[in-house]
Design a protein around this ligand. Sequence first.
Ligand code: SF4
Length: 364
Amino acid sequence: MRSIDELRMLQALPLELKVAKTKLRIREWVNEFGVEGVYVAFSGGKDSTVLLHIVRELYPDVEAVFVNTGLEYPEIQRFVKTFDNVTIIRPKMRFDEVIKKYGYPIIGKNQAETVWQARNAIGRGVYAQRLKRLGISTKQASNMGLKLPPQEMLDRYEKSTNGSKFMMDKYAPLLNTDFKISALCCNVMKKAPSHEYARKTGKNVILATMASESMSRESAWLKHGCNAFDSHYPSSQPMSFWTEQDILKYIKQNNIPIASVYGDIVYAENDEQQRMFDDAAERLKTTGCSRTGCIFCGFGCHLEKQPTRFQRLKETHPRQYEYCIGGGEFNEDGIWQPNKQGLGMGYVFDQMNKIYGEDFIKYK
Ligand code: SF4
């Protein structure tokens, strides 16, 4: 069984050793499934660009697969097209359709999922625990028309979550907003097309995800390690123990091209954020975007220092900013949603700021 100490030890290794270990994991994966039986999930971002570089150094003919969600920076789309042997797949729904059906991706995945499920619980007698996580009392839940689980189960649940980081009472006001929030966007836009591709082709994915990116990725590594042969959707994540600094260092050392939206990679001294993984005096950063991904995604935007991703988007891609922030209308049920003019996220952010303070989401 892997431990957090083991992960920290791997994360502290010098880059050269990490590259060697990553190559080892990739070889194991290809030995199991063959070159024709694997592909690299290529988003056009710097992490998967590094992964593709390492994989193709070992196996030049490995396919790359790009999910074109329509939410990537135009520079990323152009960059992806500069590579050979890239298969482009698409989700079944557009982003605006996903929002209309499920809601806006804001706050974080866990919080959005809890609010979504709790809102759906009201009147249906399911997911009562989700309401409890939002700090809704048994009496309040009952007044909402919920058929609650037995008291004993609720007591046990309350005991296990009291004071826990999983309690989210801060987000209870989102049960009553005139817009929906949900975490299902990633499932529809990214996971579903990828899983469908893997199922249709019988190929097994290699991903550039890193444990340092989130708690859930760290947990996944503790459970499966880098090569999840035994998972429901087998996947290789051979860079799990890399950090953001490793990625930047690898790009600089190997002089590999990355999408122009990142700008240049330069030294920045005393960056506190990465200190826990690397105490080198000189640190690297990008002069443009630090992360790419979906340009309209609201997940985590309330945590960003200024300029936030939306403030930067306003400067760098004004047309996309207008579409994202502008537009929107109420549907016949009085729920705010995108329309032809735009996604209407400005209205959503304003409502969030009314609840949590005017600087909660900085987007202007
Ligand atoms: S990252 Fe955000 S916008 Fe992109 S698919 Fe996931 S939830 Fe949707």
